[in-house]
Ligand binder design. Structure first.
Ligand SMILES: Cc1cc2nc3c(=O)[nH]c(=O)nc-3n(C[C@H](O)[C@H](O)[C@H](O)COP(=O)(O)OP(=O)(O)OC[C@H]3O[C@@H](n4cnc5c(N)ncnc54)[C@H](O)[C@@H]3O)c2cc1C
Ligand code: FES
Length: 283
């Protein structure tokens, strides 16, 4: 099936999982795996950075998982932390095993709005996975953007996802990469501290910059507040939200946050949109 015909099919039948197979599997951290998928009909899923798919572990259930690969091509890639029944079943799949895919869903990162601006990506832990497609796009179309900076925080050195790739980005001259961990043994020679401590080391023009943040909610709130203090506008700060999802198309109400549905109106929102909800505990 052609990629365009497949996109039309997915749009017409958003609740029907399409069968794909696991092509490759890599353990990224002690509890997270990256799966390369291949659709059974041979088509390529076209998606925007920051969008997600609903992945089915047959016989177990479905979970929302961001696409973590290169939107310009290559296999369909997802990086998954095993936290519960569905994610454990997904991360246990072996090459050749079937998996269900429906999507892509949601509004992704503001790539068009970022053109001509300094772009600051701030990732916490597995939050680097949904940001990785944005980073591929920024590096693939490098001349369209100003200074590009990645600030990445993980709990420990072992929790650094895409470790080799992070090192290869760090070696480039067209992106600034700064990494920190919360705790480390003596063999770690890098920065120790929460990711907000990296902000004062980064160079950007807050009057002409855009930030994309992904990680635990408390981390995103503190990063957004620190960026506002540095002069960022609240509508130039974008965050990707997570909530339990069922339909992923704005019908069931499972992912409601205030007046919005995260699956349909997000998962990426501006800090200006989210600020009052982020301040309410457990909402
Ligand atoms: C838009 C979107 C994108 C997402 N992208 C990714 C992704 O790229 N990779 C990924 O691994 N997950 C991602 N998630 C989260 C993922 O959907 C959930 O982790 C998943 O639903 C877990 O299902 P489960 O049945 O395995 O666990 P559940 O039964 O739902 O949860 C089991 C336990 O784990 C806790 N838990 C649930 N989710 C998380 C989490 N993310 N981190 C820590 N603890 C959690 C729950 O509170 C519960 O205590 C995304 C969610 C959304 C909404
Ligand atoms: S998951 Fe059903 S409305 Fe968002």
């Amino acid at each position: 099936m052609s990629d365009a015909a497949f996109a039309t099919l997915m749009h017409a039948q958003p609740m029907v999982p399409q069968v794909a197979h696991v092509r490759g599997r890599r353990k990224d951290t002690p509890d997270a795996w990256t799966l390369d998928l291949e659709l059974a009909n041979g088509a390529r899923l076209i998606y925007a950075p920051g969008q997600f798919n609903m992945l089915t572990a047959f016989g177990v259930g479905e979970a929302a998982i961001s696409v973590s690969g290169d939107p310009a091509g290559g296999p369909l890639i997802h990086t998954i932390r095993a936290v519960g029944p569905v994610s454990r079943a997904l991360t246990a799949l072996e090459p050749g095993d079937p998996i269900g895919v429906r999507g892509p869903f949601g509004v992704g990162w503001p790539m068009a709005q970022a053109e001509g601006k300094d772009v600051l990506l701030v990732a916490g832990g597995l939050g680097l996975a949904p940001l990785r497609p944005a980073l591929y796009r920024l590096l693939g179309e490098r001349a369209r953007f100003g200074r590009v900076t990645l600030l990445f925080g993980a709990r420990t050195p072992e929790d650094i996802v895409f470790r080799h790739e992070v090192e290869s980005w760090r070696a480039r001259f067209d992106i600034d990469v700064d990494v920190t961990v919360d705790h480390a043994a003596s063999e770690w020679h890098g920065h120790v501290g929460v990711v907000t401590t990296l902000i004062s080391r980064a160079t950007f023009d807050p009057c002409n910059a855009l930030a994309m943040i992904c990680g635990p909610e408390v981390m995103m709130r503190f990063v957004a507040m620190a960026l506002v203090e540095k002069g960022f506008g609240e509508d130039a700060i974008y965050l990707s939200m997570e909530r339990n999802m069922k339909c992923a198309i704005g019908h069931c109400g499972h992912c409601q946050l205030g007046p919005t549905f995260i699956c349909r109106d997000g998962p990426v929102f501006t800090y200006a949109q989210l600020k009052r909800f982020l301040a309410i505990k457990e909402l």
